[in-house]
Design a protein around this ligand. Structure first.
Ligand code: PEP
Ligand code: MG
Length: 323
């Protein structure tokens, strides 16, 4: 089975009806880009940059260290795009002990909120990412956005970082694309603002589920309530893919749902054409993609999306598998 999958490394991910699907890799450290490349990922859809910052007793990586790490991943991907997510610390990924003492870490000063509160730390990272963009295609992905002013402030900081580099005559991609993680229900409910201000969207289903269903993703006691196909989640995904398509901007999924083979037919049928997942899952998903005829999915997907009954949804998803 493994050997058969290995043969798919160089095959492009295209459905039976000829629709190309972009299968991207999630990485946490630059050395993971090698694994992404080995399974023939179309690029890195999510580089969780916080892993460069964690486990260092609060000592921050310098601009130079970060630049080297980002550049290494860009070089490893050999011309395929690398989407670097800015620091997403807090909640399940504490930077140091102090983080754990916040009242409610998941609702606290995490991710972009933290970065906007620490402008020097954020500028350092933005400069490092921009510098790496001179060595191959790079995109910047911003986690946990919900307010318009956060988007504006973030874009302002990126402009500031570019300005600083330009003054020093340091090369970067002036047209670098900037995208938002869609992982807070408020972001979905204000999509017109997101698609207006940003170049692309990437759905973080892990947090979107956590915040929509009010279930701590790390709390075992409520793990049985963590339902990735809850009707509310399907509606949010549907709204996001439709808004992105209407605005003609790229949308992907980079949360756990993207690498779950049980859901591949559902997600493609809903209109998603880019999925980012751990490299270890990519070939299996590719094989599934190659077995899908999108035309056959249309009617059953419509039925699933019309339903608010979990049993009907589950049954509908099982039915997709038989097509
Ligand atoms: C997500 O929330 O789905 C996501 C991709 O980001 P993380 O798991 O790193 O929070
Ligand atoms: Mg997240």
């Amino acid at each position: 089975f493994r050997k058969k999958l290995a043969k798919l490394k160089k095959t492009s991910a295209v459905t039976k009806d000829g629709t190309p699907i972009s299968l991207l890799a999630n990485i946490e450290l630059p050395e993971h880009a090698v694994a992404a490349n080995e399974v023939g990922a179309a690029g890195v859809g999510l580089f969780r940059s916080e892993f460069l910052f964690m486990g260092r007793n609060g000592v921050l990586p310098t601009e130079e260290e970060q630049f080297e790490a980002y550049k290494t991943s860009v070089a490893a991907m050999k011309g395929r795009p690398v989407t670097i997510r800015t620091l997403d610390v807090g909640a399940d990924k504490p930077l140091d002990e102090a983080d754990n003492q916040t009242l409610n870490p998941a609702l606290g000063l995490r991710a972009i909120r933290y970065c906007l509160a620490e402008p020097q730390l954020f500028l350092t990272q933005l400069r490092a990412i921009l510098r790496a963009s001179a060595f191959g295609p790079v995109q910047i992905l911003i986690p946990m956005l919900s307010h318009g002013f956060e988007i504006d402030q973030t874009l302002g900081m990126i402009e500031q970082a570019k300005h600083q580099l330009a003054l020093q005559n340091i090369a970067f991609d002036a047209n670098i694309k900037i995208g938002a993680m869609i992982e807070i229900p408020a972001a979905v409910l204000s999509l017109p603002m997101f698609v207006k201000k940003l170049d692309f969207l990437s759905i973080g289903t892990n947090d979107l589920i956590q915040y929509t269903l009010a279930i701590d993703r790390a709390d075992y006691a409520v793990a049985h309530l963590y339902d990735d196909v809850h009707p509310a989640i399907l509606q949010l995904l549907d709204m996001t893919v439709k808004a992105a398509n209407k605005a003609d901007i790229p949308v992907s999924i980079c949360g756990g749902m993207a690498g779950d083979i049980r859901l591949t037919r559902l997600l493609l049928g809903m209109g998603f054409r880019a999925l980012s997942m751990p490299p270890a899952q990519l070939l299996e998903i590719k094989q599934e993609v190659m077995n899908i005829d999108l035309m056959e999915l249309n009617a059953p997907i419509k039925k699933i999306l019309r339903s608010y009954d979990s049993e009907v949804i589950e049954e509908g998803i099982r039915h997709l598998k038989t097509l």
